[in-house]
Ligand binder design. Structure first.
Ligand code: PGA
Length: 248
């Protein structure tokens, strides 16, 4: 008899380049009471800008919120201007690190090799990398989506421990556009990613225009184990509703 696999969903908010420390403080004073009754069957994660990490780490004690960074470098220290070391993150109780988001892939030409190095570095310091993958609109139109995502998965995950890693499937055309990928299609891609990665225990999130109105449907899908939320995580009440998702 095979053991029952339980994948604990991870609901993560990626604030991107938003929120000063004082704004973050105000957000948390509204957000924390709204999630105090959230069931313990899910993890709630916030990824603020680096400057707000210490503000948040002081506020999340005795709450169910965990912290993520929006990046992590593969070296512990050195001449890497504008980068962040895993050592600097763990000091602030950070437990996750987003790597390979489509924005640095696009604006700073991040490669799958660099993303893989970041994921390995995160794991070697006890951080759980959230490795983002996803196709552009043009790639989907040309029928290349599966090939592109498979390459990102295979190269991004090389030599990593899949039990300590999360994948976020984020179709680029759905990010910040209001166009959510249809839940069944997102689920189909997530199940393919699970197959390519070769692990039934792997946690796979969906990201791209997740909002209070679509969270319950997304979370009811069999292969979607959480969400990575951008815009809708900037508003405390809306993100609290997302964290409080309910499945029929
Ligand atoms: P969005 O962003 O929710 O604003 O579409 C998602 C992301 O970029 O992680």
């Amino acid at each position: 008899m095979s053991a029952l696999i339980v994948r604990k969903p991870v609901i993560a908010g990626n604030w991107k380049m938003n929120m000063t420390c004082s704004q973050a403080q105000r957000y948390m004073s509204e957000f924390l009471p709204l999630i105090s009754d959230v069931p313990h069957d899910r993890n709630i994660v916030l990824a603020p800008p680096f400057t707000a990490l210490s503000t948040l780490s002081a506020l999340i004690d005795n709450s169910s919120v965990q912290l993520s960074s929006q990046n992590v470098h593969w070296e512990d220290s050195g001449a890497f201007t504008a980068e962040i070391s895993p050592m600097m993150l763990i000091e602030h109780k950070v437990q996750y690190a987003i790597v390979g988001h489509s924005e640095p892939r696009k604006y700073f030409s991040e490669s799958d090799e660099q993303i893989n190095l970041r994921a390995i570095s995160a794991q070697s310091h006890g951080l759980i990398p959230i490795v983002c993958v996803g196709e552009s609109f043009e790639q989907r139109e040309r029928g290349e989506a599966e090939r592109v995502i498979r390459r990102q998965v295979e190269q991004g995950l090389e030599n990593t421990n899949l039990q300590k890693l999360i994948i976020a499937y984020e179709p680029i055309w759905a990010i910040g556009t209001g166009k959510t990928c249809e839940a069944k299609e997102a689920n189909r891609i997530c199940s393919l990613i699970r197959k390519w990665a070769g692990s039934n225990e792997l946690i796979i999130q969906y990201g791209g225009s997740v909002k209070p109105a679509n969270i319950d449907e997304i979370m009811s899908m069999s292969d979607i184990d959480g969400v990575l939320v951008g815009g809708a995580s900037l508003e405390a009440e809306g993100f609290a509703r997302i964290a409080n998702y309910q499945i029929e």
